[in-house]
Design a protein around this ligand. Structure first.
Ligand SMILES: O=C(O)CCC(=O)C(=O)O
Length: 281
């Protein structure tokens, strides 16, 4: 696959090497350099910043702190989270990252795919609590979909490393036969399944897990599988860590999700069975 293509940017495409494709399937992730250029970032960034500065109204729970409770005041946010930004600012639809993420996803999981959701995540400087708890993405999503296949592309708007809380993964964990148990990170009642206080779920690492940090440069993209165990640490630096996430799933799975009312919005009224429920039994 792709033997005839020069790896890297080619218009709306970003061609992968056969090794990158193989590594993605073996390890559950890859890191791709120079996916979006400085000129292209300059177009995306002002719109991105409006969300992170809290200037986009009427988002409800789609604008929250992903490391804390829904009712945390904006000035106290540590990990600023804007879910489904393309729904709230349609100018984002069809932007160059959407196109390149689709190109990457096609090469990794096939042509019958749809953009399932997008998300902006920004760790404020010097916020040690801006952690993204360990999880597998599938743990958040409904059961009963035709398949689970997903690629999640994360575009770095800032250089990211351990100090500002870059993504961390457990390579190969996507091949485990079962999802790990997940529980709500915040729950005053202690009941599994209580998601009213915070959207966040967390899973445990095991002694055998080898955690790999994924430092990235601005304009680079990491891609991860829906079952890989991943998370990220707090921001101990005086720099931001801003990320733009786009996930593609199979067309039939996205259609199924929408048919049961699941849109990835934190404002969705949960009316489906989640992996969290199935793991509880
Ligand atoms: O980038 C991060 O810190 C975590 C993002 C994440 O968990 C995801 O995109 O699934």
């Amino acid at each position: 696959m792709n033997e005839s293509k020069t790896p890297g940017i080619d218009g709306d495409n970003y061609w992968l090497t056969p090794e990158q494709i193989e590594n993605y399937h073996n390890d559950g992730y890859i890191v791709l350099d120079e996916v979006i250029t400085e000129d292209e970032l300059a177009v995306i960034e002002p719109l991105y910043q409006e969300f992170i500065d809290g200037k986009v109204p009427d988002m409800g729970r789609d604008f929250c702190d992903m490391s804390g409770p829904y009712d945390r005041a904006f000035e106290d946010f540590q990990l600023v989270n804007a879910v489904l930004p393309r729904k709230y600012r349609t100018e984002l639809v069809g932007n160059v990252f959407e196109k390149r993420a689709e190109s990457i996803a096609r090469q990794l999981i096939g042509d019958e795919i749809a953009l399932d959701y997008d998300q902006f995540l920004a760790k404020r400087p010097n916020k040690g609590g801006a952690k993204f708890a360990w999880h597998q993405d599938l743990g958040y999503w409904p059961t009963g979909t035709p398949d689970t296949i997903t690629t999640t592309c994360s575009l770095a708007l800032d250089d990211a490393d351990e100090a500002n809380g870059c993504l961390q993964v457990v390579p190969g964990s996507h091949l485990e036969p079962e999802l790990r148990p997940h529980r709500p990170m915040l729950s005053s009642s202690g009941d599994v399944g209580d998601r009213e206080e915070s959207h966040v779920l967390t899973a445990d690492l095991t002694e055998d897990d080898d955690v790999v940090l994924l430092p990235v440069k601005r304009g680079s993209v990491s891609v991860h599988n829906e079952k890989i165990v991943h998370g990220s640490g707090g921001n101990q630096s005086d720099r931001w860590r801003r990320t733009y996430i786009i996930a593609h799933r199979s067309k039939q799975t996205v259609e199924h999700e929408r048919s049961i009312g699941f849109t990835h919005s934190h404002n969705d009224k949960i009316q489906w069975t989640t992996h969290l429920d199935s793991l509880k039994r």
